[in-house]
Design a protein around this ligand. Structure first.
Ligand SMILES: Cc1cc2nc3c(=O)[nH]c(=O)nc-3n(C[C@H](O)[C@H](O)[C@H](O)COP(=O)(O)OP(=O)(O)OC[C@H]3O[C@@H](n4cnc5c(N)ncnc54)[C@H](O)[C@@H]3O)c2cc1C
Length: 370
């Protein structure tokens, strides 16, 4: 959930009022904001994610190493590596420390429940929980969230769950979004019917007079959806290629940005992507349409531990940027960590670039270059 924003403690003065894109470069210069330890841990984790055998066998390796090392040592090693990279902590004070660190870097927290098991699916399947801005331990009930001044983002899941999820979310929007978009829905652009469904829901919101909040993502269940489609023998609901998904993302983004430009109080958007092209496109269109970068009608979202060179650059340039922060005990978030490792290994171009930028920054410090 999004809501009252964080502060830009380390941001260059006046960034919020600077022109769009003027200070936005994804060249890794902002990695200077990270500690040496964070750089080294990121590099180690992304290197390990690059080993296909290790990632494939991760669940087995995790249980064997836990048995060999004992719970304490095993937990400590994970905390120093994967868990520390991708998870905010276990207890409220631990999560609080992560939130403070993010805020000090100009980033805002988006609390996420890392639920990875799904009824009717095998345990490899991932699920997203509800996202909400971190302002206490219990902010998932819409009523409590609205009372606390916090926005609730309902995640999108598998195609066989989404219609029910959307129905419930639209009903919540109709109930709670009369004056402001407190409840938001997620749209997955890898679905062929995404633009049509988005258009229909926007029209419904206009007809019924409720405000509309959108989290725009590409979609996280590519392999599982394709497997279900093969098993079920029904037409593939997904776009056939990454390029087609990118095109779909851009069309949805353009539609939403125009709606925000028309009325940024009633329609709001989070560009939830690590893709530099999408982020740059959003920034450019915001400038062309006159959408303020720091009012929160359009904000950006990335996962904790991923694409920090993009998140930090956005934060330092004055954009509203949220990091999705999962939390929980080491044992409970293992499936989430395995999925992060798998995702980092495959398609995400940004991760390869991030690894190079982390290495470059680490060498710069070691060689004491300016
Ligand atoms: C803050 C945040 C919240 C999120 N919430 C959700 C959520 O609620 N529900 C959800 O499903 N996901 C969610 N995601 C994950 C998101 O859907 C993507 O899986 C992830 O962000 C990678 O996409 P990208 O745009 O960042 O990067 P990119 O690397 O540019 O894109 C990768 C994505 O492109 C698509 N793709 C890749 N190859 C193909 C192909 N051959 N054919 C078709 N499409 C392809 C897939 O969707 C893949 O995930 C969230 C992500 C963030 C950052």
């Amino acid at each position: 959930m999004l809501g009252r924003g964080g502060r830009w403690l380390q941001r260059a003065g006046g960034a919020a009022s600077a022109p769009h894109g003027a200070q936005l470069r994804f060249d890794g210069a902002v990695l200077r904001l990270k500690s040496g330890w964070e750089l080294a841990r990121g590099l180690l984790v992304f290197r390990l994610c690059g080993l296909p055998g290790l990632v494939r066998q991760a669940p087995m390796l995790l249980s064997v190493s836990r048995w060999l090392l004992g719970r304490w040592l095993w937990g400590s090693l994970l905390r120093a590596s994967f868990y520390g990279q991708f998870v905010a902590g276990q207890t409220p004070p631990e999560v609080g420390v992560t939130v403070q660190r993010l805020r000090a870097q100009g980033l805002r927290p988006l609390l996420a429940v890392p639920i990875e098991e799904d009824v009717g699916q095998d345990k490899e399947g991932g699920r997203w929980g509800l996202g909400c801005e971190c302002r206490g331990s219990d902010c998932v009930s819409p009523q409590r969230a609205v009372e606390a001044g916090v926005r609730v983002l309902v995640d999108a899941e598998y195609t066989y769950v989404n219609p029910a999820l959307t129905l419930v979310t639209l009903a919540l929007m109709g109930r709670w979004n009369r004056a402001k978009p407190w409840v938001w829905n997620t749209y997955q652009c890898y679905l062929q019917d995404c633009l049509a469904r988005l258009g229909a829901d926007v029209a419904l919101a206009e007809r019924r007079g409720f405000c509309f909040g959108v989290k725009l993502v590409r979609g996280a269940y590519l392999e599982q959806e394709r497997r279900l489609e093969r098993q079920g023998g029904y037409p593939d609901p997904l776009h056939p290629t990454w390029e087609a998904t990118n095109h779909s993302y851009q069309r949805c983004l353009d539609l939403l940005l125009e709606l925000v430009a028309r009325d940024g109080q009633r329609c709001q958007l989070i560009v939830a992507s690590h893709n530099e092209t999408s982020v740059s496109h959003a920034v450019r269109r915001m400038e062309e349409l006159g959408i303020a970068k720091d009012r929160g009608a359009v904000c950006f979202g990335q996962l904790l531990g991923m694409c920090d060179h993009v998140s930090l650059a956005l934060g330092q340039a004055g954009y509203a940027i949220y990091k999705s922060i999962p939390y929980g005990a080491v044992e409970d978030v293992l499936p989430y960590l395995v999925r992060r490792a798998q995702e980092n290994q495959s398609v995400l171009q940004g991760i390869r670039k991030e690894r190079d930028l982390l290495r470059h920054e680490l060498w710069r410090r070691l060689l004491r270059r300016p």
